[in-house]
Design a protein around this ligand. Structure first.
Ligand SMILES: Cc1ncc(COP(=O)(O)O)c(C=O)c1O
Length: 376
């Protein structure tokens, strides 16, 4: 099988798996326990917190472990509106992941104002929306890199141009570990990250909550994570996350260059062999992460068939968000870029990791060409 769905999830690195095992077998103490076995787990968690926070220029106390991107997004949006009462309005982009869209829509049903920003044909939000602010007391949540097309939003411009009573959140699940992130430079109050997109384990992620914000826990229970996320922490998952981050940071420029060359090769091959394909990932490398290439087809009636036939050819790809796959719904991201329902259904997202080869890309384009020829 050729695996080109690394934005859905990645394989876990051998070294990471081995680093995790002792924390399940031998050092299984509850990190909140006072005896030596518990204290050992606590030390491991705090060391991981320090390293992961440092990787994005944050203070360790600002990093709260969660079960992943979905939980972090839900906790930040819901706590900002309900438990912490920081804001009475939300502004998001139309191309957010469902882990933002759905809680935002739920909050709208609870009476909070929801403002959804449209994007241009490349998927970038228009800067001028800030001239007509829908509220001076809102949480602005704009994703750093989009999971379907890879487009990057330059969110560093948000905070300095918003009133002090506004807060900025960014879902950085797809960009974290792939491009440098410095939370001071980005000017975010909240940030969401996840381990399984960078060869770490599933079920672990984190939310950054800037120091000084009076954040009250959305999930209630014990006093773990400085009273901000109740529930027994998993030292094994947290150590796995730590090693995944360590490797991603150490190898970032090599991985970046490698994935960018795969992306470039795919773009060239698509243009040459399947000229009717519409490429939805921006060509300018400063506007997209290197790991994604999204294409769609105007003349294919059964978009889902492309993915099924690719699967039969031994190539694992999807049409974007893992939650949308199989549901036959046209992608809301591609529709926001201006594509028709039909074109937004007939889309393929190729997503690369450090271990894919040029040959993987060549085979994938060859198979895609014969599938598109058979469907049109
Ligand atoms: C942009 C984005 N946000 C959030 C998530 C959800 O993250 P997790 O799978 O860790 O819950 C994903 C996963 O695909 C994503 O791509």
């Amino acid at each position: 099988m050729i695996y080109l769905d690394n934005s859905a999830t990645t394989h876990i690195d051998e070294e990471i798996l081995h680093a995790m095992l002792p924390w399940m077998q031998d050092f299984y103490g509850n990190p909140s326990s006072a005896y030596a076995l518990g204290r050992k787990s606590r030390v491991a968690i705090e060391e991981a917190r320090e390293e992961i926070a440092a990787s994005m220029n944050a203070h360790p106390a600002e990093l709260i472990f969660t079960s992943g991107g979905t939980e972090s997004n839900n906790a930040i949006l819901k706590s900002a509106c309900i438990e912490s009462r920081l804001v009475n309005a939300l502004t998001i982009s139309s191309i957010e992941h469902h882990a933002i869209l759905h809680p935002a829509e739920w909050l709208k049903d609870q009476g909070f104002t929801l403002n959804i920003l449209e994007v241009d044909s490349m998927g970038r939000i228009h800067d001028d929306w800030m001239q007509h602010l829908p509220s001076s007391n809102m949480l602005v949540s704009i994703m750093h890199a989009n999971n379907e097309t890879g487009v990057i939003q330059h969110i560093e411009g948000l905070k300095p141009n918003l009133p002090e009573t506004c807060f900025v959140h960014s879902d950085a699940v797809q960009s974290f570990g792939k491009i440098p992130i410095d939370v001071q430079q980005l000017g975010v109050d909240f940030l969401t990250i996840s381990a399984h997109k960078i060869h770490g384990p599933k079920g672990i992620g984190a939310m950054l909550i800037r120091k000084g914000i009076d954040f009250k826990s959305h999930q209630q229970g014990g006093g773990q994570e400085r009273n901000r996320r109740a529930g027994t922490e998993s030292p094994a998952l947290i150590v796995g996350f730590q090693i995944a981050v360590r490797k991603a940071m150490a190898e970032m420029s090599i991985r970046h260059a490698h994935m960018r060359s795969l992306q470039d090769t795919m773009r060239i091959l698509l243009k040459e062999h399947i000229p009717q394909a519409r490429i939805n990932t921006p060509e300018d490398p400063s506007l997209c992460i290197p790991s994604i290439m999204n294409v769609s087809f105007q003349d294919v009636n059964d978009g889902e068939a492309i993915l099924q036939l690719m699967d039969m050819a031994g190539i694992a790809v999807s049409n974007g968000s893992a939650c949308v796959s199989g549901s036959q719904q046209p992608s809301h991201v591609l529709k926001a870029l201006g594509l028709s329902d039909k074109e937004a259904r007939a889309a393929v997202r190729f997503s690369f990791c450090k271990d894919n080869s040029q040959e993987d890309v060549e085979i994938a384009v060859r198979e895609l060409k014969s599938i598109i020829d058979s469907l049109t």
